[in-house]
Design a protein around this ligand. Structure first.
Ligand SMILES: *[C@@H]1O[C@H](CO)[C@@H](O)[C@H](O)[C@H]1NC(C)=O
Ligand SMILES: *[C@@H]1O[C@H](CO)[C@@H](O)[C@H](O)[C@H]1NC(C)=O
Ligand SMILES: *[C@@H]1O[C@H](CO)[C@@H](O)[C@H](O)[C@H]1NC(C)=O
Ligand SMILES: *[C@@H]1O[C@H](CO)[C@@H](O)[C@H](O)[C@H]1NC(C)=O
Ligand SMILES: *[C@@H]1O[C@H](CO)[C@@H](O)[C@H](O)[C@H]1NC(C)=O
Ligand SMILES: [Zn+2]
Length: 942
């Protein structure tokens, strides 16, 4: 699954990070009545399914009257009990049965025996497990058939076998049926052993009205008129042995661009937008097969389709052979789709296709090990795309998008280990689709690759896939496969310790690399990096860490990322150097999952190097790492903000997207804390970005790289937002002729138009939105609505979010722009949300979604009054939020922490800004003196 990330970062109205990647709308409501034991959520293993034969008939027409949006189902499940039992346990949710029976499977050619009806049963609405009683016991090691006839519901919550709709060119609403079964929703379509470890084959038959067509995981092998007038029966080839959550079907009026093997489905009006995903999809699938030495089409399903679904909860889903996507996560229009969106589309395609091997063929045994699926999918989302789209510098983007973003979450008590044994309830399952499984999983995998070396890593993956194909997997299997190919030279004896310390423990280390004053040695020690003091996180964790570094005297500089040694828990390692070194930078290209701290003089030496031509050859990943580490070390109180702000003044010369992204992420946190008082920051950021701004301007040139184009979007967004008169006036100029705004600067132009304009500008964008036929552009437009600033327009956008004009899947991201784009909007939006929380709960599909919104807004609070407002709301209405009340309560703690943090540390930042503004000699003198000192020290050493 392609989970969508919470949009909390300040972004261009839509930045690279958020184009296509907003928060997964996790609507899994924690159950109201708890099962007595956590283990009750797990299905008993005494019976294994062998195959399912499923037949479904949805009701999607007006003429279906009261049956509309329900379906009829019939399923035969072949099972194999490992022990004699009269108790059959299955998953089932919101299904109504008219027949439940079973019989022993006869030998071929022998007539089936008379079926036996199941006796009494026990159901549990919490675990979704139904326990059926067989009047005569099922014999161990004997095959049986279970047979059920039932009906189910096609709801609009984007899970199970659900309904979706769009309005066609003739203004007719078209309905369709589609599926989303991951993580635990196959049970809403058919009774099933709905855990990933219970792999089986599936035969699917779909009955549809002649105006519809259907699709499923495998090839259509027969289609014939059914006994019902106007209906057809479509029969699909048997699937490979796979997990229930990977089954899928679609009944729609979609059209396809396809060849014999590969197709892309979309609503007919969007056919033209299927060309790019078709091209890139065919190529990535081929490259992945080559890399993994296992051709996709040889794995038991000889076709691949990708479909764009109008209403879709996640970003995309890896159903074997029938990948499903949001429309904006798949469809490309060359004239309107920005490069950032095109990249994220290629990346999502690579992600889902990578799952065909990691997830579908070899599957995490249980959701405790979600990272075995999602870590690899996220890894190949970058490295698989890069095999086809070679100019996007995806390895570098990986560092800022993946490694750095998850390090923030993984340094608080709110984190969880990659392999999390405490995974039982639906709430646990949805937690496992967080950035730990995705980002940390992928970052950990990349660290191992750099430790083992690319070729050993690759053949180890090939062996792993061969050995465990069609089976469930656990982390030990992966470790074993890696160890079998782990080169002796690369610290083989530490492989298990490295693996365990990063997969079973939470967090990661801060490595202290202490350069001796004579420059002849560096002493490495470690300590867990924690962002907050005393938040309950375990500060004593230690890790086994592969350490790479480069020094002022290293000739390969930043090219060689191979670790130089393994730092063990509780042991300091001292490395000697001759001749003396001037500086050291550890974690080459940020290939390791750790932060690094240096002595103050080493930091200043790094600063000095960064100020030389070409940044002294320091790799852009390491410039980004230095910036990100500095911001976070200061935020956590490990170093002073003055040191951070001093070193990052080098950004005045920076023109690369990668370090700038780290810088903007660091500034985002600080600017949120500044609240409405950002005028000094405005002066500062304009000055810092001045060189990049002048170099990039508004006009794309033919020599621009992808990263130049992305950097332009970011620089313009920050410059305009923080008051650059030139930026604002140019952006307003573009806004005058809305139809001709160059696509890659649209986000900024739209946002500035609304921020600096009023009702007329809003109406112009709204009209464009209503007429829009490109999914990515529609997303861009709706995500800029939140840039409005007047009370009347804020209310207007809020009402739009409550209405059907914004799809349920998009409501939370549109709403988030309303309080992230302008700090001044935080209080007005909080007031609206808390006044209309009941309507919002209806619109968003539950109170948990509203609690999340409130908590995200509260995370941006900067005053005691705002905290009081939150406390009052929670006191008066908190109980209406049921189990989500906890989210509201912990939001209060977050606000209090942020207020405390600001009281302790924001003053330093504010006075730095004030000094910077007045061009104060103090700031400059400070850095001049420190540079002088560094040069002195350096001279003395030689
Ligand atoms: C379980 O028992 C209830 C009550 O008799 C019945 O309505 C339901 O269909 C049964 N469930 C199954 C799966 O047979
Ligand atoms: C689905 O089933 C749950 C209990 O499992 C019930 O609370 C809910 O109302 C049902 N939904 C519908 C639409 O029937
Ligand atoms: C489309 O249909 C809706 C309701 O069916 C109607 O309100 C709207 O005016 C129609 N729009 C156009 C452009 O015909
Ligand atoms: C820290 O996290 C653990 C595990 O989630 C939890 O039990 C504990 O209460 C948390 N501590 C604090 C102070 O929040
Ligand atoms: C980080 O380095 C500074 C010197 O720059 C030192 O004062 C501080 O103790 C170090 N912090 C940690 C956590 O190692
Ligand atoms: Zn995924």
């Amino acid at each position: 699954m392609y989970a969508l990330r919470v949009a909390v970062l300040l972004a261009a109205c839509v930045s690279l990070a958020s184009a296509g990647t907003r928060q997964l709308d996790v609507e899994v409501q924690p159950p109201v009545t708890l099962a007595t034991e956590l283990a009750d959520y797990r299905l008993s293993e005494h019976i294994s399914p062998v195959s399912y034969n499923i037949s479904l008939r949805p009701y999607l027409l007006e003429s279906d009257a009261t049956k509309k949006f329900t379906f009829d189902g019939e399923v035969w499940i072949e099972i194999y009990p490992s022990e004699t039992t009269s108790s059959v346990h299955l998953h089932s949710k919101n299904l109504t049965y008219s027949l439940s029976e079973y019989w022993q499977k006869p030998a071929t050619g022998v007539a089936a025996p008379t079926p036996t009806r199941f006796g009494a049963n026990q159901t549990n609405d919490d675990t979704d497990i139904v326990k059926l009683t067989a009047p005569t016991a099922l014999t161990a090691q004997t095959t049986y058939i279970l047979h059920f006839v039932y009906t189910g519901l096609m709801q609009d919550d984007m899970h199970g076998f659900y309904r979706s709709s769009y309005v066609d060119d003739n203004n007719v609403t078209k309905w369709l049926g589609s599926t989303q079964f991951q993580t635990n929703h196959a049970r809403r379509a058919f009774p099933s052993f709905d855990e990933p470890q219970f792999k089986a084959t599936f035969d699917v038959t779909l009955k549809r009205h002649r105006t519809f067509n259907s699709a499923s995981n495998t090839r259509l092998i027969a289609s014939y008129p059914s006994d019902e007038e106007g209906y057809y029966t479509d029969v699909y080839k048997t699937t490979p042995k796979m997990s229930t959550y990977l089954l899928a079907f679609i009944i729609s009026e979609f059209v396809a661009r396809k060849d014999d093997n590969f197709g892309v489905f979309a609503r007919p009006e969007y056919y033209a937008q299927t060309q790019y995903p078709y091209n890139v999809g065919v190529q990535i699938l081929k490259e992945m097969g080559d890399y993994l030495d296992k051709d996709y089409y040889s794995m038991g399903n000889d076709k691949m389709d990708m479909a764009a679904i109008p209403d879709f909860s996640a970003g995309a889903m890896e159903n074997w052979g029938l990948l499903t996507y949001r429309e904006r996560s798949l469809l490309v229009d060359d004239s309107a789709t920005t490069l950032a969106s095109r990249q994220s589309i290629a990346a999502v395609v690579a992600h889902e296709q990578a799952h065909m091997w990691f997830g579908d063929l070899v599957t995490c045994k249980w959701w405790s090990y979600t990272w075995l699926n999602e870590g690899f999918a996220r890894y190949f989302q970058y490295f698989g795309t890069a095999m086809v789209e070679k100019d996007w510098e995806l390895e570098k983007q990986f560092v800022v998008d993946q490694v750095q973003s998850v390090m923030a979450m993984d340094s608080t008590n709110a984190t969880n280990p990659l392999s999390d044994e405490n995974t039982y309830t639906p709430a646990h399952l949805s937690r496992m689709f967080n950035s730990i499984s995705y980002n940390k999983g992928a970052s950990f995998i990349r660290m191992i690759k750099h430790t083992m070396g690319e070729e050993f890593f690759r053949t180890a993956l090939q062996d792993y896939l061969k050995k465990y194909e069609y089976q469930p997997s656990v982390p030990e299997y992966l470790l074993g496969a890696w160890q079998a190919k782990w080169p002796n030279s690369s610290y083989n004896d530490s492989s298990e310790a490295i693996f365990k310390s990063f997969t079973t423990q939470v967090g990661y280390p801060l490595i202290n690399a202490e350069l001796a004053s004579d420059g002849l040695s560096v002493r490495f020690t470690q300590k867990r990096f924690l962002l907050k003091e005393n938040d309950g996180a375990d500060a004593d964790l230690k890790y086994t860490v592969p350490i790479s570094y480069t020094t002022s005297e290293t000739t390969t500089k930043f090219a060689n990322s191979t670790p130089k040694f393994i730092l063990k828990p509780d042991v300091a390692t001292t490395v000697s150097f001759t001749p003396a070194i001037k500086w050291i930078v550890a974690n080459v290209q940020q290939t390791g999952y750790y932060r690094v701290n240096y002595t103050e003089s080493n930091w200043h030496a790094i600063h000095q190097v960064l100020n030389t031509a070409d940044w002294g050859g320091v790799h852009e990943n390491n410039r980004a790492q230095i910036v990100d580490d500095l911001f976070n070390l200061a935020r956590a109180g490990n170093i002073t903000y003055n040191l951070t702000l001093d070193v990052i003044e080098y950004l005045e010369t920076e023109t690369n997207y990668i370090p700038w992204t780290s810088a903007f992420n660091g500034f985002s946190y600080l600017t949120i804390r500044l609240g409405n008082d950002t005028s000094d920051f405005g002066t500062y950021i304009q000055s810092l970005t001045n060189k990049a701004y002048n170099q990039l301007g508004f006009n794309e040139t033919s020599s621009d790289t992808a990263l130049d184009i992305y950097l332009r979007t970011k620089i313009l967004s920050w410059a305009c937002r923080y008051g650059s008169a030139d930026c604002i006036s140019k952006a307003k100029g573009y806004f005058q002729s809305l139809t001709t705004v160059p696509k890659n600067i649209r986000a900024t132009v739209y946002c500035v138009g609304l921020r600096e304009g009023g009702a007329t500008e809003f109406q112009a964008l709204y009209d464009k939105f209503k007429a829009e036929t490109v999914a990515t552009e529609e997303t861009l437009l709706q995500n800029s609505f939140g840039c409005v600033k007047t009370q009347a327009l804020i209310e207007k956008v809020f009402d739009l979010i409550l209405s059907d004009e914004i799809r349920k899947q998009d409501k939370s991201s549109v709403l988030s722009t309303l309080y992230t784009e302008n700090n001044e909007n935080v209080s007005p939006v909080f007031a609206l949300v808390t006044q209309k929380y009941e309507q919002l709960a209806d619109a968003m599909g539950g109170y948990s979604a509203v609690a999340t919104v409130i908590s995200n807004i509260a995370a941006r609070f900067t005053t005691q009054q705002q905290l009081t407002d939150l406390q009052n709301f929670n006191r008066n209405y908190g109980s209406k939020f049921g189990t989500s009340q906890a989210t509201l309560t912990s939001a209060e703690e977050t606000v209090q922490e942020n207020l405390n943090w600001a009281a302790a540390k924001l003053g330093v930042f504010r006075s730095y800004l004030a000094n910077y503004r007045s061009g104060s000699a103090m700031v400059n003198a400070f850095s001049a003196i420190s540079l002088l000192l560094v040069s002195l020290v350096t001279m003395l050493r030689h």
